[in-house]
Design a protein around this ligand. Sequence first.
Ligand SMILES: NC(=O)c1ccc[n+]([C@@H]2O[C@H](COP(=O)([O-])OP(=O)(O)OC[C@H]3O[C@@H](n4cnc5c(N)ncnc54)[C@H](O)[C@@H]3O)[C@@H](O)[C@H]2O)c1
Length: 274
Amino acid sequence: MMDIFSLKEKVIIITGATGLLGSQHAAVVAEAGGIPILLDLDQNRCNHLAIELKQKFGVDAVGYKVDITKEDEIIENVALIKQKYNYIHALVNNAANNPKVEDSAEKAFSRLENFPISVWNSDLAVGLTGSFLCAKHYGYLISENPDGGTILNISSDLGLIAPDQRLYRKYGLPENLQPVKPVTYSVVKAGLIGLTRYLATYWPDKNVRCNAICPGGVENNQNPEFLKEVTSRIPLGRMARKDEYKGLVLFLLSESASYLNGSIISADGGRTVW
Ligand SMILES: NC(=O)c1ccc[n+]([C@@H]2O[C@H](COP(=O)([O-])OP(=O)(O)OC[C@H]3O[C@@H](n4cnc5c(N)ncnc54)[C@H](O)[C@@H]3O)[C@@H](O)[C@H]2O)c1
């Protein structure tokens, strides 16, 4: 690994770390010599991933059950991390409620006119409030690091463009039952772009940078009809593989991105260009 991409001994917090993409972010951190701190809702899954990364890459890795919507759990975890490592270098705000609309039939509740306030509150609690709370506490800890560090927010192509609701249509269903991508996804992902710009200018004197990536959809056993439709809207003609964001994540967390701050980077096969 070239030095400018090394994360050697850098302590990096990843939220939603055991999910589809979180585990990829964690793997690239470990592969580059960093110490991934895995936060998610299930302690067993966190432990399992930490052991796997330790064995595979020979680095320290540790997992904690932390619900990022609960400030007291974050405060408790920050105290533990501070005691164990003293400083941290980076935070990846990755956790989100991630509804797989395309695989579900008759999710009439996802429609705006039926959308339950409880789902709105829960989606915003994880995607926005959770990211704010992590920036507040882990971000502050980064600002105390004499070398500074970096915050990476995981937005989405749908933080930049509206969902094309035609993608989710189910043949034969009446209009009022047609599933749609929920409003919260757009709101959370666009909100993270605002949070990114805010944080990029908040601790510049402490050398804390903040950037966001806007990944396109990852291929993950979606039905062939959906795949055909979605890939026809992507200039590269395919969805992403789950490991295709590792290079970008590594770049943004490493010293090679030392002059990137407040950047909102699309990584979507060209979807938002069309
Ligand atoms: N998968 C995609 O196609 C895609 C595309 C663009 C952007 N993204 C974004 O990438 C990120 C990761 O997506 P993914 O596909 O890996 O999703 P995922 O559902 O596989 O993982 C999300 C993880 O977040 C965790 N989580 C949920 N609530 C939490 C909470 N309160 N506290 C701590 N952890 C919590 C879940 O347990 C889960 O492990 C999300 O922000 C998502 O919106 C994903």
